[in-house]
Design a protein around this ligand. Sequence first.
Ligand code: BES
Ligand code: ZN
Ligand code: MN
Length: 488
Amino acid sequence: MKVEIKTADAFSVPAELVAVGVYQNDNGNRPEHIPQDYQGLLNDAVARGEFEGKLMQTLNVLPAPASPSRRVLFIGLGREAEVTAQTIRKIFGHLAQITEKTKIRSVAMSIPVGQFSEEDAVTSAAEGWLLGAWQFEGYHQDSKERNLPDLYLSGITQLELAQKALDFGLMVATQQNLTRDLGYRPSNLLYPELLAEEAVRAGTRHGFSVEVFDENKLRELGMGALLGVGQGSVHPPRLVVMRYDAHADKTLALVGKGITFDSGGISLKPPTAMEEMKYDMLGAGAVLGAMCAIAETKPRVNVIGLMAIAQNMPSGSAYKPGDVVRAFNGKTIEITNTDAEGRVALADAVSYAAHLHADWIVETSTLTGAVLVVLGHEATGMVADDDKLAEQVIRAGEAVGERIWRLPIYPEYKDLYKSKVADIKNSPGRDAGTITGGMIIREFAGGIPFVHLDIAGSAWTKTGPLNAVDGATGVMVRTFVELAHKIS
Ligand code: BES
Ligand code: ZN
Ligand code: MN
């Protein structure tokens, strides 16, 4: 499968299938030139109410007599004024999924024009295509054959810029798919040591440095919080420090929660859907995927990626309710619920980011079920203390089609996590659960501008990154890459 750009319009490219975007209610205003033969067929279908051009609606048309070997697929773009770069991602993702089910080996489609640059459209099309085409391979005895056709993005006017935009989109989406892959891997095949090794391999592949702190090093550094979370598992915890060095004077730290399995620990979770807790490492997964794409696309800012990795298990050696642990920055945490482990593991990673003199700390985690109650799977919840950084992260998300919704920090919430025996307690209870989770992690950021992104809902959905396939979305990979390129 290859993806190429062409200056010719889609009908002039020799491909087995031409996909044609059609706006809804367009009164004959087609986004591209459509040959007479097909024009008639399309108008006919519209007149008969078979096809309106609604977003993702499709109409298959058999070959016109003039070109017997070729198929045409009309694909709805929705209303012209509402077409965004995210629409393009969705359209090309859909196209990948439709054509995979056919015998078609090559597809040409012109890039729709709209309120975005040709470059953004090409990047989004490439991303949509790869995200839509990707599936988790699974562990079946017999692997299934896949047919992914070649794609020609047609009607390009600025070849050189478009080629760069294409390479960028293919790179970012490939790394996003790597993150998705990690999310699907079960914890017997992806435990802390192995997740850390994934980072080491990625660093070699993409050219960034990677340090892995094992349990001895963690003890030496005084990272009692991450150690506490991991002490119930036969697989000891890891802190991974990845560095992309742009020789810049500013440093962005990305920090991710990497709980390879969250059973809840001694505060055991109920059995229903507990298997889903294999994806409790997708914050760390997003940081890893973003680091790979960042090292390849070289923004002018230093980026440190930190992954707080542990497995939360109940056992004779597990940490228990009532325990008090001390984090790297010296603050103590009373454990009132071992299932609120993410903030505890992240306490060490975030204080380490502050210790490394990051200028901004952006942390992401599958932190609370409560964020699902607020936002469902449609957006990531944000808790932030710095308006400028918050704004930049939200805008980065908007630019790449990832929704982020900010929740408030009010001083009164602080009382909810006061402890009688330690500086903080880890589980304040139901009220404002997503906010207190973020605020507790912020206590370890040392006053550096801090953003917390709760992806418990957005990292794993029934419909995937483009509302098409079930499972891990790889959310925040694109936002982080965009942020690294735009932050100032
Ligand atoms: N990993 C979970 C949060 C989660 C829930 C992620 C559903 C994805 C889907 C987290 O560690 C957790 O258990 N949070 C608790 C916190 C509570 C004990 C304060 C929760 O949300 O119930
Ligand atoms: Zn968890
Ligand atoms: Mn938990």
